[in-house]
Write a protein that binds this ligand. Structure first.
Ligand SMILES: Cc1ncc(COP(=O)(O)O)c(C=O)c1O
Length: 435
């Protein structure tokens, strides 16, 4: 007699037996069965405001009908063709569309599947074209989990533990964080401290002329949604120009509208040489890219990097639709407007509460840092988690960030409206009052 298929409920009960524990202990493991717009619907009948967007992926909301349709139409034609063996129309069209919205000069693409892969591509390309070994990354960075990507990641030692030795030639400088700068709390202090830490690497560890690239998230994501003063990124640009170093922006999380412009490079007005992009590119279909200008890309010679799944036709068709929706629905304008309302609301909530150390963000990449009210601004991850839990009980899903998890980050879909923002603020206010 055939065994009946296990039900969803039975599978959920067995999850710890079936999924690698390295992944499965993430919070809060909601049993979602359906999602639409800004809402997630769970197995037990709840409707939850999703202010995570699957960690910055479904920027146009879940199941956007135009993106979905584009994917379905492509699926009816074919769903895989390894780029290089065949060349499909969605990929070719996407390479025409994307340069129009990318930061200036970002015009040639190597398509992959994930953010980590885009970062791997950027590092490999930088070493290949400069013929230099060194890579400078930043404390608090997150660039992914594959070996190259984890080698330039330093947000938590836990992510690196037991994996040594890493890819060699990586040096860490300090990110410009005005909220936690050792020499003072002005933007200028933070910029000076961070840029000097880059110079220190040149003086003590590796000469500038042996450094291939400086790799930076223009807004640190997993590190705690840290928005640096623009002078930090401008300073990195100057250092790179001075020494023939390539500036790589990892915009895997800050890209595709999140910061209020299509990319944070445009928000800050700083030009990178190479970019890593992913997450929001196809609103949920796996796609990423390493991007650069033609001159540099053309020196990355044939056969020196490759992929089987990268540039998948369904994902490319979805990515084309994503760009249409950005234009037709004025997504960037909505992002800036809703971002301002949300941040203002959070600042109102912050008043008189010394445990809300900082409210910060750009566009709809927004965070609230929870601290103990002492002179060290000691991170209070326990309180942050209590607030997140209360909010979730009231059907608002947000997420944590930062080394200790004391930063509450809000990543709502960019289609969120004022009513929904106000609703989220009300839930938060109540949740904070209860903790
Ligand atoms: C800035 C940044 N880079 C790279 C990655 C890695 O992307 P993926 O998880 O798709 O490999 C992430 C993921 O959160 C990220 O935020």
């Amino acid at each position: 007699m055939a065994h009946p298929e296990p039900t969803y409920k039975q599978l959920l009960e067995k999850v710890k037996e079936n999924l690698a524990p390295s992944l499965a202990e993430d919070w809060p493991e909601l049993p979602a069965v359906r999602a639409e717009g800004i809402y997630l619907y769970t197995e037990d009948g709840r409707k939850i405001m999703d202010f995570t967007s699957g960690i910055g992926v479904t920027n146009l909301g879940h199941n956007h009908p135009k993106v979905l349709n584009a994917a379905i139409e492509q699926m009816k034609k074919f769903s895989h063709s390894a780029v290089g063996i065949t060349l499909h129309e969605p990929l070719l069209r996407l390479t025409e569309i994307l340069p129009k919205v990318m930061p200036e000069g970002m015009e040639m693409f190597f398509f992959g599947n994930s953010g980590s892969e885009a970062v791997e591509g950027a590092i490999k390309m930088a070493r290949y074209v400069t013929e230099r070994p060194g890579i400078i990354a930043f404390t608090g960075s997150f660039h992914g989990r594959t070996y190259g990507a984890i080698s330039v990641t330093s947000v938590k030692s836990k992510y690196r533990s037991h994996y040594e030795p890493f890819v060699p030639g990586v040096y860490f400088a300090d990110f410009a964080n005005p909220f936690r700068c050792p020499i003072g709390n002005t933007a200028e202090d933070a910029v000076n401290w961070a840029l000097e830490s880059v110079e220190k690497i040149f003086n003590y560890y590796i000469p500038a002329e042996q450094v291939a690239a400086i790799l930076v998230e223009p807004i640190q994501g997993e590190g705690g949604y840290i928005v640096p003063p623009p002078e930090f990124l401008q300073g990195l640009r100057e250092i790179c120009d001075q020494h023939g170093i390539l500036l790589i922006f990892d915009e895997v999380q800050s890209g595709f509208g999140r910061s209020g412009e299509m990319f944070a490079a445009q928000t800050f007005g700083v030009r990178p040489d190479i970019m890593a992009i992913a997450k929001g590119i196809a609103n949920g279909f796996p796609l990423s890219a390493t991007v650069s200008n033609r001159k540099l890309m053309k020196s990355w010679s044939a056969g020196s990097h490759g992929t089987t799944f990268g540039g998948n036709p369904i994902a490319c068709a979805a990515a084309i639709a994503v760009q249409q929706v950005f234009k037709e629905e004025n997504i960037l304008e909505n992002t800036r407007k809703m971002g301002n309302i949300f941040i203002e609301g959070l600042k109102q909530i912050q008043k008189g509460k010394d445990f809300i150390g900082d409210v910060r963000g750009k566009g709809l990449m927004i965070a609230m840092e929870i601290v103990k009210p002492d002179r060290w601004k000691t991170p209070d991850a326990e309180k942050a988690m209590a607030i997140l839990n209360h909010a979730l009980e009231n059907n608002l899903l947000a997420y944590m960030a930062g080394r200790t998890g004391n930063v509450i980050r809000f990543i709502p879909p960019l289609i969120v409206n004022e009513h929904e923002i106000n609703q989220a603020l009300e839930i938060l206010e109540v949740s904070i009052a209860k903790t």
